[in-house]
Ligand binder design. Structure first.
Ligand code: PNS
Length: 169
């Protein structure tokens, strides 16, 4: 890797990956030489998808970008970013509601390591109301996720639904 390479970390829970995340990743790859999509491994949080599933989904959905790597991390994000020689943390910003939380996190991360800059990227307008939390709720209630999540997420959820249905008959 050339010493001038700009490496960005795009961190998150990605539980599940949404089309909003995919949109932000596509914007990120145009701005940085290398993008590491980093999934937080938080064993205390009950997730819809296992860490392995989330890794597989993200790898499938970013396969077309040769400068994207998918990884997992534990502990402080700034420590992970430093270990990956990243100069930026990228976060998607959908609304003013996001801004309050994101600003506190960005400033705290700057307090912890001033060498790493947080960069906010806005997803396309049609994704401004799409969140993993709402997607999980819709999935639990059997609603359609068309247009909200990538195919690999829809397929896995459909597979789970049919497995649950065949168990209940
Ligand atoms: O997709 P999410 O859940 O909004 O992502 C949140 C994430 C993973 C970026 C945040 O929880 C995080 O960075 N966790 C790692 C622990 C850490 O560094 N905490 C201090 C942040 S100020």
């Amino acid at each position: 890797m050339a010493p001038t390479s700009r490496i960005a970390i795009f961190p998150g829970s990605f539980d599940p990956l949404t089309n909003g995340h995919v949109d932000v990743i596509a914007r990120c790859v145009r701005l940085f030489d290398r993008v590491v999509v980093a999934i937080l491994h938080n064993p205390e949080k009950r997730a819809l998808f296992s860490l392995d599933d989330r890794l597989a989904i993200l790898r499938e959905e970013t396969a077309a970008h040769s400068n994207v790597e998918v990884d997992t991390f534990e502990g402080l994000l700034v420590d992970y970013a430093r270990s990956r020689q990243a100069t930026a943390i990228v976060r998607g910003l959908r609304s003013v509601t996001d801004f309050d939380y994101e600003m506190h996190m960005a400033l705290m991360n700057r307090h912890l390591n001033a060498a790493i800059e947080t960069v906010f990227l806005m997803p396309a307008e049609q994704f401004t109301y799409v969140s993993s939390r709402l997607v999980k709720e819709i999935a639990a209630l059997g609603g359609s996720l068309k247009g909200l999540v990538p195919a690999s997420v829809e397929t896995r959820l459909a597979r789970r639904r049919s497995a649950a249905m065949s168990r209940s008959v």
